[in-house]
Design a protein around this ligand. Structure first.
Ligand SMILES: Cc1ncc(C[n+]2csc(CCOP(=O)(O)OP(=O)(O)O)c2C)c(N)n1
Length: 636
């Protein structure tokens, strides 16, 4: 039995010797590597926080004290130290452990959202709540990476935390110099000053020798830390920035020296007010393959990069061609140059790419500025992160009718990253935006075609959305209906029973459904709308020629393309049943894309069955009596 297997909770850590802790760190790293290379997952970030997480669980008393991991992708070590070693092999598998903290898994987990830069706000609120509820012995700890610290929310939180002088709050900045790629921006340069300074070693030595002499509790301690800090101030300046915000800064601390970390954490805990602890770690620490990986320190395995054959790569390749023709086209990424497929564009036109950090809101309004300045920005982000920038899209871009193209990768079900990563909201929230045009390519050829159409639009914003993973085979249209592609007509001898409108790759699913329905004698016309907003009025006439309309989209069912089609037909007094198929409006958990689509009833088999039943009901005039005539009761 390994030492790690004997750890059933943080209390089992408390009695371990320093040698045992060193062995434990080795065992944790081995398990992280072995598991993530098999199941996929965030390897580099977790290798970097092994000592930090051990120290956190030895110093703080979780779950009484609350540890909030920003983004949560680096919480695997925390999972291992809080009783989940035995299940760790199920990481990110359907029914297994999630890749982020999960309340259902453990009382030690609190924040499940994996969108970055939120931890300080949660921590601010928690600390204030504990104070108001009279629970003064609880400390809140937030662990935030230097990447997540580039997000605006983190700075809004810092501003508030600085004013909450008696909040029992420890902020740990886990500074490894990397997001997915090296963290960019003024803040990053500021923090980097410490890491690259040749006198860093001396600073660490100075802290190591000075801290143990600090008094044990309260402000006098801070006084000492403060003097330590002032002592190094002439050498290194990064703390000044936090100090100027009114925050107590301690650091830099070597984040792979467990003993030193414990020491600093105990003192931060006992200070009694907000303290910011600056910890320097190495992403991928202890695994040379990760440490030396130049692209992303194995941030994620397998890499989230735009490998050939993926939707992201098709987009990236087309951007390079567009860039050659259109010097006004520029690209924006929010810290995800490789995963979004912009790496080649960046290599070809380095002056025309802006990596703004994990700052989707800024990305969008900065895009508005670029467009106002005469350029055509393409903002490439994952669908789920567009949520962050809704107001900026609505009021900063759309209100001004600006030519900004938003390219949404990972639209629809994504898979193993779970509820906060499924791109199932954009199709609905973008429907709300006046003047927005939304394209949904069904295959690689249509990505290129629709992206080109989108960047040609000069009087308002456009969206191009496509899913995660490999792009399937190409399917040519057999006809055209308005601006839409007809992919198949009812088979010979069959009537025009169903008009099936499939958005994006769901049009190809529609072809499979049509084949299955033909076996049952049901004739189907499959249409790919290409643009899901604005709606093509040709849909109205086409609907009138059929007996039922079915709309399929890889997006939440509420307020998406399906609802828009139903509204269009209602507005034109088309008396026609419209079946809308999409994802249930729920927080869908993790699993493979196929598993989740299957559960949501979005496979050709499920769809064919549901449509067959609807056609049969329509033919027999059968309606659900209970739904049609709800029981009436007198008002009491
Ligand atoms: C709002 C938002 N945008 C983008 C991402 C994608 N993302 C996940 S982790 C990460 C980098 C995080 O860097 P950092 O906070 O420094 O942590 P590290 O991985 O270096 O430990 C990014 C950009 C996200 N989770 N949330």
């Amino acid at each position: 039995m390994t030492l790690l297997e004997c750890i059933n909770g943080p209390e089992d850590l408390k009695g371990l010797s320093q040698d045992q802790l060193t062995l434990l760190a080795v065992e944790i790293r081995d398990l992280l590597i072995e598991t993530t290379t098999r199941t996929s997952g965030h390897l580099g970030p977790n290798l970097g926080v092994v000592e930090l997480t051990i120290a956190l669980h030895r110093v703080f008393d979780s779950p009484k004290d609350r540890i909030v991991f920003d983004t949560g992708h680096q919480a695997y070590v925390h999972k291992l130290l809080t009783g989940r070693v035995a299940q760790f092999g199920t990481l990110r598998q359907r029914g297994g452990l999630t890749g982020y903290p999960s309340q259902a898994e453990s009382e030690h987990d609190l924040v499940e959202n994996s969108h970055a830069s939120t931890s300080l706000s949660y921590a601010d609120g928690l600390a204030k709540a504990y104070k108001l509820r009279g629970e003064p012995d609880r400390t809140v700890v937030a662990v935030i990476g230097d990447g997540a610290l580039t997000g605006g929310m983190a700075w809004e939180a810092l501003n508030n935390i600085a004013a909450a002088k008696d909040s029992r709050l420890v902020m740990i900045v886990n500074d490894n110099g990397w997001s997915y790629q090296p963290t960019i921006g003024g803040l990053a340069e500021h923090l980097a000053a410490i890491r690259v300074n040749p006198r860093y070693e001396h600073v660490l030595e100075y802290i190591k020798t000075t801290l143990p002499r600090a008094p044990l509790v309260g402000p006098p301690l801070y006084g000492t830390l403060h003097r330590v800090k002032k002592g190094i101030k002439d050498v290194l300046q990064p703390q000044v920035m936090f100090e100027d915000l009114g925050l107590k800064y301690v650091g830099p601390i070597d984040g792979h020296d467990e003993r030193l970390l414990e020491h600093a954490l105990r003192r931060a805990r006992d200070f009694g007010g907000p303290v910011l602890l600056h910890v320097i770690t190495k992403k991928g620490f202890g695994y040379p393959e990760a440490e030396q990986n130049e692209i992303d320190c194995l941030h994620q395995v397998p890499a989230a990069g735009a490998v050939p054959g993926t939707w992201s790569r098709v987009f990236g390749d087309e951007m390079v061609s567009i860039g050659a023709r259109r010097p006004d086209v520029v690209a924006i990424t929010a810290a995800m140059l490789y995963p979004t497929g912009l790496a080649q564009f960046s290599a070809a036109y380095p002056d025309r790419v802006y990596d703004v950090g994990i700052a989707e809101q800024h990305a969008m309004t900065s895009a508005a500025g670029l467009a106002m300045g005469g350029l055509h920005p393409v903002v490439a982000i994952y669908s789920t992160f567009l949520n962050r920038a809704f107001d900026q899209t609505l009021m900063d871009v759309a209100l001004h009718k600006l030519p900004v193209t938003i390219v949404l990768d990972r639209a629809g079900v994504t898979g193993p990253d779970g509820a906060s990563h499924h791109g199932m909201w954009d199709g609905s929230i973008m429907q709300l935006v006046p003047g927005m045009r939304i394209a949904a390519p069904r295959d690689a050829k249509r990505v290129a075609e629709l992206l080109n159409e989108a960047v040609e639009v000069s009087d308002g914003p456009t969206v191009v959305r496509f899913p995660k993973g490999k792009v399937g085979g190409e399917v040519e249209a057999v006809g055209r209906l308005g601006g839409m592609d007809v992919l198949c007509e009812p088979a010979d001898g069959l009537g025009a029973d169903v008009l099936l409108v499939g958005a994006g790759p769901m049009a190809l699913t529609g072809l499979d459904v049509a084949d299955r329905l033909a076996v049952h004698g049901i004739g189907v016309t499959v249409v790919d709308p290409r643009w899901t907003k604005p709606l093509d009025e040709a849909l109205v006439g086409a609907a009138r020629q059929h007996r039922l309309v079915a709309v399929v989209e890889d997006n939440g069912r509420v307020g998406g393309f399906g609802d828009a089609v139903a509204r269009l037909l209602r507005d034109h007094d088309v008396d026609m049943p419209v079946k809308t198929f999409g994802l249930p409006q729920e927080f869908l958990s993790h699993g493979t894309r196929d598993e989740i689509l299957d559960e949501a009833g979005m496979t050709p088999q499920h769809l064919a069955r549901q449509i067959t039943e609807a056609v049969a009901r329509r033919a027999s005039g059968d309606v659900d009596d209970a739904a049609a005539a709800p029981e009436r009761r007198p008002v009491e």
